[in-house]
Design a protein around this ligand. Structure first.
Ligand SMILES: Cc1ncc(COP(=O)(O)O)c(C=O)c1O
Length: 341
């Protein structure tokens, strides 16, 4: 049996989730008629403490609709240089909304209010208009790291003082909340809008939600339509989301415990470099250059042993999720020790 640690998006719906999908009441959601979509949106808005939520096919479309709804062409967004919108959304902020991103050099995805303030633009017609502060929590490319609440609070104070908006890319907000033992609502409270994904740690086949004020969600709804994201009997997908929100959030601590165990084993291998202090949730990223490898060489060797991981240049990423057991972690550690000790 292969062990697929490439991403937490590789999960298959559980039998109970498939049952929820098959029992879903549906209607045409473009007409606003799908009761299951409406229920999912209300449940998510409530969990995140926002007035309204809107169901999207993907995190990318949810993020991009948020950008479009917050900005005008020529505006500037302040974000960590490793964030998803800057690296992995096909240039969409420029292509779809005509905005610029000021990439900030964060530490494991964490940038400071001071870094933003230094780069804010004076109100002069030469400059782009400073508009939006963008936080990713947890931070994918940095290895599922958590953005500290104290710094988010300082960012919010700055945003209020300077008239900026705050967005949270909370694709994995569920992991951050589970790791910190606080509610998602508390993490979301500092932000005007939050995007969250059902298709990652929560194990759904499809789906993300954008949450915010009713007025903001009304604007985002037009962009969802424009970007081609209106779905019809989407209750089929929303039913999986409701099931996941009710049943898969509390188990995320198990993924975190397994990621930690895997990371501790990797940290013992001198072929690799891994900073254990920055393994906060379900993502483990390590540098393979100490052993003279490229990431792709390591993933090829692992693949031959039926362990799948992702290579990023000199780094390798392994992600724990719903379909990874303690036994899978034992086997992965045994393969790593066999190949690299
Ligand atoms: C932090 C973050 N934001 C957004 C996305 C985009 O989600 P999707 O793949 O559903 O478009 C991802 C996907 O991995 C992500 O990790």
């Amino acid at each position: 049996m292969l062990i697929d640690l490439r991403s937490d998006t590789v999960t298959r719906p559980t039998p109970a989730m498939r049952q929820a999908i098959s029992a879903a009441e549906v209607g045409d959601d473009v007409f606003g008629d799908d009761p299951t979509v409406i229920k999912l949106q209300e449940l998510t808005a409530d969990l995140l403490g926002k007035e309204a939520a809107l169901f999207f096919p993907s995190g990318t479309m949810s993020n991009q609709s948020a950008i479009a709804a917050h900005t005008s062409p020529g505006d500037e967004i302040y974000a960590d240089i490793g964030c998803h919108i800057f690296n992995y959304e096909a240039g969409a902020p420029a292509a779809l909304s005509g905005v610029m991103i000021m990439p900030l050099q964060g530490h494991y995805g964490v940038f400071t209010a001071g870094q933003v303030e230094e780069r804010l633009r004076p109100p002069d017609s030469h400059f782009p208009q400073s508009r939006l502060i963008w936080v990713e929590n947890t931070h994918n490319r940095s290895g599922g790291t958590i953005f500290p609440q104290e710094e988010a609070l300082r960012l919010q104070e700055l945003a209020v003082r300077k008239g900026l908006k705050m967005h949270l890319d909370g694709a994995r907000i569920w992991n951050a909340a589970a790791a910190l033992h606080i509610s998602e609502r508390e993490l979301a409270a500092l932000f005007d809008s939050v995007s969250c994904c059902l298709s990652k740690g929560l194990g759904c086949p499809v789906g993300s939600l954008l949450c915010g004020s009713s007025e903001f969600i009304r604007r985002a709804h037009r962009f969802r339509k424009r970007f081609g994201g209106g779905m019809r009997q989407a209750g089929i997908l929303a039913a999986a989301g409701i099931y996941a929100l009710e049943n898969h959030r509390t188990r995320l601590v198990e993924d975190h415990r397994r990621a930690k165990r895997l990371a501790e084993a990797i940290a013992k291998l001198s072929t690799f470099n891994l900073e254990l202090d920055f393994v906060h949730t379900n993502i483990v990223i390590f540098d393979v250059t100490p052993g003279g490898f490229a990431g792709s060489q390591v993933t090829a060797l692992l693949k031959a042993e039926d362990v799948f991981a992702t290579a990023f240049g000199p780094k390798v990423r392994m992600v724990t999720h719903l379909d990874i057991s303690d036994d899978d972690i034992d086997k992965t550690i045994a393969v790593l020790n066999k190949l690299f000790k």
